[in-house]
Ligand binder design. Structure first.
Ligand code: HEC
Length: 114
């Protein structure tokens, strides 16, 4: 019985480990993912997923997927500005992310998590 429990616990931990990955970038026509979106995915998992969820479905931060974020930000530059400025409980990423990283995570959020 004990052993069974341990296997169950180990399995749960492993499963949680796998599922904590951010959504993958789809492959382009050349069979490779867009490199800027790959950077965006890294930024997302390191800086955003803990509040907005791996798939953008929300957590302590609001849901961004299901078209929410493209509705709120018709101009992607506005979203970049929000990331740099921060808002309410969301910290400012100014000085923490480079311009390229901000542009990449904006694209990843809009195009992959959408
Ligand atoms: C500490 C938690 C936290 C982190 C980390 C965080 N956010 Fe947020 N985010 C929030 C909260 C809370 C709000 C809602 C702010 C408000 O409206 O008062 C928000 C709002 C947003 C919005 C606006 C949503 C809308 O429809 O108005 C976007 C876009 C966003 N976050 C993207 C990001 C991105 C991209 C990152 C990573 C670079 C990130 N957030 C990191 C907590 C977080």
């Amino acid at each position: 019985m004990r052993r069974f429990l341990w296997i169950l616990i180990a399995g749960t931990v492993l499963f949680a480990g796998c599922s904590s990955d951010a959504v993958d970038v789809p492959l382009g026509p050349d069979g490779k993912p867009d490199p800027e979106l790959v950077v965006g995915r890294d930024v997302w998992s390191q800086s955003c997923a803990r509040c907005h969820g791996n798939d953008g479905g929300g957590g302590s931060g609001p849901r961004l997927s299901d078209g929410r974020v493209s509705e709120s930000f018709s101009d992607p530059a506005d979203m970049g500005q929000l990331i740099l400025d921060g808002k309410g409980a969301m910290p400012s990423f100014s000085g923490k992310l480079s311009d390229n990283e901000v542009a990449a995570v904006v694209r990843y959020t809009l195009e992959v998590l959408g």
